[in-house]
Design a protein around this ligand. Structure first.
Ligand SMILES: Nc1ncnc2c1ncn2[C@@H]1O[C@H](COP(=O)(O)OP(=O)(O)OP(=O)(O)O)[C@@H](O)[C@H]1O
Ligand SMILES: [Mg+2]
Length: 344
């Protein structure tokens, strides 16, 4: 089955349980987690298990469109509402009536549009652009984001009232590095799947040694990155040149040589934190410290690669072996500043 949520970790078990409990309720749900952790998969699974299956499943990517287009995409418009509106167009809310409206990347929605969305969620109706009549909707709204919305709330980037409306149920998917026990199951599942899909005799099965490395790597791009790596290994083989992006087990805090692209050497060693220098003992949570150390390593490596590629982000993604979206997210999240002359 394609919507199967693989994994034995506490987090995966809890999420499967939640899905079974809420699929029939239509309660507004928000799914949070880093890129590639499986947010869309969870939404699909909720839909499949609900009694709305067979009714429309409509997805809106809130990050992909500028505000005005997103508004007309969501709420639709009447003929003549603006220049170029030659005929009436139903918005996604209307299309999703009776089914599911999946608002992806909701954390990227601007504040004015957030107000409009809040209004719809409060009243269950909305008015398409240029129309005088309001339209009722009973779509089940499920949202997803890779932002830490609580931070956005504090920073005033996300409306608190909207957050509470959207999050009757909140599902947080842990990054893969925090549930390493799931990795062997995911590897197994995807090896079987690719064997069926690629349908060629030349596929290479990864050696145990490689699988061990896959199991201990930290997977910043999460399951999507794992899938890509497996595809690559099964097609090109698991020689060092194909898996060199993988960090050796336990190497998070040592100089990340394996991340260095050929020809780029001597990435400066990240500073190791000295716990003695941190006066406030309550700040010494291992989880927080690990995140801090990881952020520091990532900041240094990404800054270095960007500097070496003259801020050519496409080249940088190839070297770092992460997606373009992940790179943009990390640049923003880690506060990496482009030099004034870098091309946007
Ligand atoms: N627990 C899981 N079991 C099986 N497959 C998974 C699991 N989690 C994620 N995947 C697969 O990994 C890929 C990425 O997942 P998905 O697209 O749902 O991520 P996402 O969180 O929506 O990422 P993004 O924020 O980048 O949109 C998909 O092909 C999905 O099916
Ligand atoms: Mg997604």
């Amino acid at each position: 089955m394609d919507n199967e949520l693989i994994g034995i970790s506490q987090n995966m078990r809890r999420i499967r349980e939640l899905i079974d409990r809420i699929a029939q309720t239509g309660l507004n749900t928000i799914i949070c987690g880093e890129t590639g952790v499986g947010k869309e998969l969870v939404v699909q699974s909720l839909y499949q298990k609900s009694d709305r299956v067979g009714k429309p499943f409509v997805k809106v990517n809130c990050a992909a469109l500028p505000d005005s287009l997103l508004e007309s995409e969501m709420f639709g418009y009447e003929q003549g509402a603006f220049t170029g509106a030659e005929r009436r167009r139903r918005g996604k809310f209307e299309q999703a009536h009776g089914g599911v409206l999946f608002l992806d990347e909701i954390g990227d929605m601007t504040l004015p549009l957030q107000s409009k969305l809040l209004h719809v969620l409060q009243g269950g109706d909305f008015t398409p652009l240029g129309s005088e009549k309001s339209v009722k909707t009973n779509a089940w709204v499920i949202a997803a984001t890779n932002h830490e919305l609580e931070k956005d709330l504090t920073a005033g980037k996300f409306r608190e009232d909207l957050y509470f409306r959207l999050s009757a149920i909140k599902i947080f998917i842990e990054p893969l590095r925090n549930r390493q026990e799931d990795i062997p199951y995911l590897i197994d599942y995807y090896i079987q799947k690719y064997k069926r899909e690629f349908n060629t005799r030349d596929l290479v099965m990864p050696r145990q040694k490689t699988i061990d490395r896959l199991c201990t790597y930290t997977w910043p791009g999460n399951v999507r990155e794992l899938q890509n790596m497996l595809k690559r290994v099964m097609i090109l083989g698991d020689g060092e040149e194909n898996i060199s992006a993988l960090i050796h087990p336990g190497a998070e805090s040592s100089p990340p040589e394996e991340i260095s692209p050929p020809g780029v050497t001597a990435v400066s060693a990240p500073q190791v934190f000295d716990p003695k220098e941190i006066g406030d003992l309550s700040a010494l949570s291992l989880k927080k410290m690990r995140k801090k150390a990881m952020d520091q390593v990532e900041r240094e490596v990404i800054s270095y690669v960007l500097q070496k590629t003259a801020w050519n982000r496409s080249k940088a993604t190839k070297i770092l072996k992460i997606s373009y979206k992940t790179l943009l997210y990390k640049i923003k999240d880690l506060g990496i500043q482009p030099p004034p002359d870098a091309l946007e």
